[in-house]
Ligand binder design. Sequence first.
Ligand code: DQA
Length: 144
Amino acid sequence: MSDLVYVLNGPNLNLLGTREPTIYGSTTLGAINGMLASRAGELGLRVQCHQSNHEGVLVDWIHEAHGKAARAILLNAGAYTHTSVALLDAIKAVTVPVIEVHLSNPHTREPFRHTSYIGQAARGTISGFGARSYLLALEAAAGL
Ligand code: DQA
Protein backbone atom coordinates (compact mmCIF):
# COMPACT_ATOMS: atom_id res chain seq x y z
CA MET A 1 0.00 0.00 0.00
CA SER A 2 1.15 3.51 -0.81
CA ASP A 3 2.91 5.63 1.83
CA LEU A 4 1.47 8.85 0.37
CA VAL A 5 -1.19 10.71 2.34
CA TYR A 6 -2.87 13.79 0.90
CA VAL A 7 -3.87 16.49 3.39
CA LEU A 8 -6.47 18.83 1.91
CA ASN A 9 -7.73 21.98 3.62
CA GLY A 10 -10.59 24.09 2.37
CA PRO A 11 -11.71 27.69 2.69
CA ASN A 12 -10.41 30.04 5.38
CA LEU A 13 -8.10 27.42 6.87
CA ASN A 14 -5.14 29.39 5.50
CA LEU A 15 -6.02 31.89 8.25
CA LEU A 16 -5.59 29.41 11.10
CA GLY A 17 -3.64 30.99 13.92
CA THR A 18 -5.58 34.23 13.82
CA ARG A 19 -9.04 33.03 12.67
CA GLU A 20 -11.46 32.81 15.61
CA PRO A 21 -8.77 31.36 17.91
CA THR A 22 -11.27 30.59 20.68
CA ILE A 23 -12.85 28.07 18.29
CA TYR A 24 -9.95 26.94 16.11
CA GLY A 25 -6.92 27.52 18.37
CA SER A 26 -3.79 29.51 17.63
CA THR A 27 -1.78 26.93 15.69
CA THR A 28 -1.14 27.98 12.10
CA LEU A 29 -1.77 25.70 9.14
CA GLY A 30 1.96 25.78 8.41
CA ALA A 31 2.65 24.47 11.91
CA ILE A 32 0.01 21.74 11.53
CA ASN A 33 1.55 20.68 8.22
CA GLY A 34 4.98 20.60 9.87
CA MET A 35 3.69 18.39 12.70
CA LEU A 36 2.05 16.09 10.16
CA ALA A 37 5.24 15.78 8.10
CA SER A 38 7.23 14.93 11.21
CA ARG A 39 4.72 12.34 12.51
CA ALA A 40 4.36 10.89 9.01
CA GLY A 41 8.11 10.25 8.97
CA GLU A 42 7.82 8.32 12.24
CA LEU A 43 4.94 6.28 10.81
CA GLY A 44 6.75 5.51 7.55
CA LEU A 45 4.41 7.76 5.61
CA ARG A 46 4.77 11.02 3.69
CA VAL A 47 2.26 13.81 3.45
CA GLN A 48 1.42 16.15 0.61
CA CYS A 49 -0.40 19.18 2.03
CA HIS A 50 -2.61 21.59 0.08
CA GLN A 51 -5.07 24.37 0.93
CA SER A 52 -7.53 26.15 -1.31
CA ASN A 53 -10.44 28.50 -0.88
CA HIS A 54 -11.97 27.13 -4.10
CA GLU A 55 -14.26 24.11 -4.23
CA GLY A 56 -13.24 22.86 -7.69
CA VAL A 57 -9.56 22.95 -6.78
CA LEU A 58 -10.31 20.61 -3.87
CA VAL A 59 -12.17 18.31 -6.29
CA ASP A 60 -9.10 18.31 -8.57
CA TRP A 61 -6.81 17.33 -5.69
CA ILE A 62 -9.11 14.44 -4.74
CA HIS A 63 -8.83 13.20 -8.33
CA GLU A 64 -5.06 13.72 -8.24
CA ALA A 65 -4.72 11.68 -5.04
CA HIS A 66 -6.69 8.91 -6.75
CA GLY A 67 -4.44 9.12 -9.82
CA LYS A 68 -1.40 8.70 -7.60
CA ALA A 69 -3.04 5.80 -5.73
CA ALA A 70 -2.57 7.62 -2.43
CA ARG A 71 -3.11 5.66 0.76
CA ALA A 72 -5.62 8.17 2.15
CA ILE A 73 -6.86 11.74 2.04
CA LEU A 74 -7.25 13.77 5.23
CA LEU A 75 -9.89 16.32 4.30
CA ASN A 76 -10.96 19.36 6.25
CA ALA A 77 -13.32 20.91 3.74
CA GLY A 78 -14.17 23.85 6.02
CA ALA A 79 -17.59 25.29 5.25
CA TYR A 80 -17.82 23.17 2.06
CA THR A 81 -18.34 20.26 4.45
CA HIS A 82 -21.89 21.48 4.93
CA THR A 83 -22.71 22.49 1.35
CA SER A 84 -20.72 20.59 -1.26
CA VAL A 85 -22.40 17.86 -3.27
CA ALA A 86 -19.43 18.20 -5.67
CA LEU A 87 -17.00 17.11 -2.95
CA LEU A 88 -19.33 14.28 -1.90
CA ASP A 89 -19.48 13.07 -5.49
CA ALA A 90 -15.69 13.34 -5.85
CA ILE A 91 -15.17 11.19 -2.75
CA LYS A 92 -17.65 8.64 -4.09
CA ALA A 93 -15.92 8.67 -7.48
CA VAL A 94 -12.51 7.58 -6.18
CA THR A 95 -11.23 4.56 -4.30
CA VAL A 96 -8.87 6.46 -1.98
CA PRO A 97 -10.32 6.46 1.56
CA VAL A 98 -11.13 9.92 2.85
CA ILE A 99 -10.85 10.77 6.53
CA GLU A 100 -12.93 13.82 7.43
CA VAL A 101 -11.16 16.18 9.84
CA HIS A 102 -12.35 19.16 11.85
CA LEU A 103 -10.61 21.22 14.49
CA SER A 104 -13.90 22.05 16.21
CA ASN A 105 -16.80 19.70 16.86
CA PRO A 106 -19.42 20.92 14.38
CA HIS A 107 -22.18 19.01 16.22
CA THR A 108 -21.85 21.30 19.23
CA ARG A 109 -22.16 24.41 17.05
CA GLU A 110 -24.83 26.07 14.88
CA PRO A 111 -27.45 23.72 13.38
CA PHE A 112 -26.23 24.38 9.81
CA ARG A 113 -22.93 22.71 10.77
CA HIS A 114 -24.65 19.51 11.87
CA THR A 115 -24.95 18.18 8.32
CA SER A 116 -21.81 16.93 6.60
CA TYR A 117 -21.82 15.95 2.94
CA ILE A 118 -18.23 14.73 3.37
CA GLY A 119 -19.25 12.41 6.19
CA GLN A 120 -21.75 10.65 3.93
CA ALA A 121 -18.87 9.09 1.99
CA ALA A 122 -15.88 9.36 4.33
CA ARG A 123 -14.24 6.31 5.88
CA GLY A 124 -14.47 8.08 9.22
CA THR A 125 -14.46 11.45 10.93
CA ILE A 126 -12.24 13.02 13.59
CA SER A 127 -13.38 16.31 15.04
CA GLY A 128 -13.13 18.43 18.12
CA PHE A 129 -9.49 17.98 19.10
CA GLY A 130 -8.06 21.15 17.59
CA ALA A 131 -4.81 20.68 15.68
CA ARG A 132 -4.54 17.19 17.19
CA SER A 133 -7.50 16.10 15.04
CA TYR A 134 -5.12 16.03 12.07
CA LEU A 135 -2.55 13.90 13.92
CA LEU A 136 -5.26 11.48 15.03
CA ALA A 137 -6.48 11.25 11.44
CA LEU A 138 -2.93 10.51 10.29
CA GLU A 139 -2.72 7.69 12.83
CA ALA A 140 -5.97 6.37 11.41
CA ALA A 141 -4.52 6.55 7.89
CA ALA A 142 -1.43 4.63 9.10
CA GLY A 143 -3.72 1.87 10.35
CA LEU A 144 -5.60 1.41 7.10
C1 DQA B 1 -14.23 23.39 10.41
C2 DQA B 1 -15.69 23.45 10.85
C3 DQA B 1 -16.55 24.07 9.75
O1 DQA B 1 -17.90 24.14 10.19
C4 DQA B 1 -16.07 25.46 9.44
O2 DQA B 1 -16.81 26.00 8.37
C5 DQA B 1 -14.62 25.53 9.17
C6 DQA B 1 -13.72 24.76 10.00
C7 DQA B 1 -13.32 22.88 11.55
O3 DQA B 1 -12.20 22.48 11.25
O4 DQA B 1 -13.71 22.89 12.72
O5 DQA B 1 -14.16 26.27 8.31
O6 DQA B 1 -14.11 22.48 9.33
